[in-house]
Design a protein around this ligand. Structure first.
Ligand code: AP5
Length: 212
């Protein structure tokens, strides 16, 4: 299954993608996670990306296209993948078409109000990247990851100023992909405001209907 999850920041793309990895055994390819790893490692690419990410701006197309192209060549992508946060511009979508073909694009619909509440309460595991929310999806022990006990941290770009800009950038640069994939006949809308289990089930039903 070659799946992509589309939606505004904080829609729950990463949360659903992590659930689908466990269910289907195919990898989650998140450009956000790949970029954050490059920043943490202090690579040249990470240094270049950091200022864009902290401001809530998109990293230049050529950087993320190169990153995802390399990732898609890896062995674990042979039976499919879940793209999370890529493509994010029409230019990225066109570049992806030259590399591989998507079967379905899930468009997670969530209001701005919900996005702001989700991002202000989000915490992620420093070690494994598991995603929590202080109220909606709390860890068993405050501040510690259920998987490995590592510290939970807040992302730098979850500060209010950056969140507002990320929403604006989404509207201008990423939302046009909804029409792009609608025209391609592969877009499926999902209500992202439901609970995590319901959203995951809805996406899984779509995937199963296409694979079966
Ligand atoms: P990226 O990491 O991709 O950020 P994003 O798209 O803004 O999405 P998020 O990770 O913030 O949200 P999400 O939808 O995954 O939500 P989550 O599951 O965490 O990108 C970061 C930056 O990297 C970009 O700004 C850009 O600079 C750069 N970048 C990345 N890709 C790029 C590209 N292709 N081109 C250029 N630049 C790129 O959930 C959010 C919160 O809500 C969590 O706390 C979670 O617990 C909670 N939650 C989730 N689902 C539910 C639910 N159903 N009910 C209640 N709470 C929920």
């Amino acid at each position: 299954m070659q799946l992509m999850i589309l939606g505004p920041p904080g829609a729950g793309k990463g949360t659903v993608a992590q659930k689908l990895v466990a269910r289907y055994g195919i990898p989650q390819l998140s450009t956000g996670d790949l970029l954050r790893a490059a920043v943490a490692e202090g690579t040249d690419l990470g240094k270049k990306a950091k200022s864009f990410m902290d401001a809530g701006e998109l990293v230049p197309d050529e950087v993320v296209i190169g990153l995802i192209e390399e990732r898609l060549k890896q062995e674990d992508c042979r039976n499919g993948f879940i793209l999370d946060g890529f493509p994010r511009t029409i230019a990225q979508a066109e570049a992806l078409e030259k590399i591989t073909k998507l079967q379905v694009v899930i468009n997670m619909k969530v209001s701005d109000h919900e996005v702001i509440s989700r991002l202000s309460g989000r915490r992620i595991c420093k070690k494994c990247g598991a995603i929590y929310h202080v109220e909606n999806i709390p860890p068993k022990e405050e501040g510690k990851c259920d998987n490995d006990g590592a510290e939970l941290i807040q992302r730098d770009d979850d500060k209010e100023e950056a969140v507002r800009n990320r929403l604006e950038v989404y509207r201008k640069q990423t939302a046009p992909l909804i029409e792009y994939y609608e025209k391609a006949g592969i877009l499926r809308n999902v209500d992202g405001e439901a609970g995590v289990d319901k959203v995951t089930q809805e996406v899984a039903d779509i995937v199963d209907s296409l694979s079966g």
